[in-house]
Design a protein around this ligand. Sequence first.
Ligand code: ADP
Ligand code: MG
Length: 332
Amino acid sequence: MEEELEELKRGLELSKLVVVTGLRRYGKTSLILTALNELKADYVFMDCRLLLFGMLSISDIAFLLERGLSQKSWFRVIAESIEGIEVRVLGIRFRRRDFNTLVNVLERLEGKVLVLDEAQELRRCRCRFDALIAYLYDHIPVRIVVSGSHVGTLYRFLRVDDPSAPLYGRPFYKVELKPLSRERAREFLVKGFEQEGDEPPGKLIEEALDLFDGVIGWLTYFGYAYTKLKIRELGTVLDMAAKLAYQELNHALQVTGVGKPRYAAILKILAERGATSWSEIQRFIEAKLGKIPKNTLNHMLKNLINMGMIKKTAEGYMITDPVLAYAVKEYL
Ligand SMILES: Nc1ncnc2c1ncn2[C@@H]1O[C@H](COP(=O)(O)OP(=O)(O)O)[C@@H](O)[C@H]1O
Ligand SMILES: [Mg+2]
């Protein structure tokens, strides 16, 4: 991903805010960490995937920041002078995980990079985190990298196009990750097998390319299963991958609450039929679960698109990730 890496590095040089998007396992986190290491930048990484479901409090956010800063030697140096921070032998601790401490720390990140990985999760925060990002953007010389797998949801959280939103009008740099092309995916796998000292299994690699659609995380998973776990059956790898995808799906569907059976039904028909038209989806859901108003179905489809789970194509709606499609067919 040399091009994407150069682009991200350029973004970090040109802009205070960089947004990295791409679906799950497209390589966002790896790319961000690689770029920051190559730039030898001091950064703090907030892994927003650790925020479980439900509304978030300041204390949850402060916990992420505390965790991200804990192992950072550059922070120990400034921590002494920040009110409310206790420096310990192993890491640092916030005396209170409250708004003041959070802001006190964020304000001291001058010259550093703040990474908000999977930032769409922050939309559930009671504290209007978008306003806090805008405040840092305007007043503190800190660079901010925001990433998100649920691309539509991320942009709805950032609201960069909404004149009434805190981040409106702030220039930012966009890096969009796509799946690897078939050629690059093949090259990636062959190189990986060679590095592991294994003869690249040509035929199996072609089958894996059919199955995993250029998603670098799944390709890596396949290579790992083959070289480290000595698994030679692609079906076995697919089953293992699908279990992971299924867990994540369940997590994502938690937020849909009582709507869950309907969301599940939409995914089910898309998994079984591939590309499906709006009216077919409606017919299927109504046959299974009773009447569904047009607006409700539209809203649900839009949510699934915002989460990156499905996409709309000329042929109809489809599940984006082939592994997820398999998981839905088998387990949902
Ligand atoms: N450029 C890369 N080179 C080698 N492996 C990669 C690369 N990008 C991603 N991977 C592998 O794919 C997996 C998923 O990537 P990750 O960065 O976690 O994706 P995302 O953050 O987009 O969900 C990683 O654990 C890593 O093993
Ligand atoms: Mg990630």
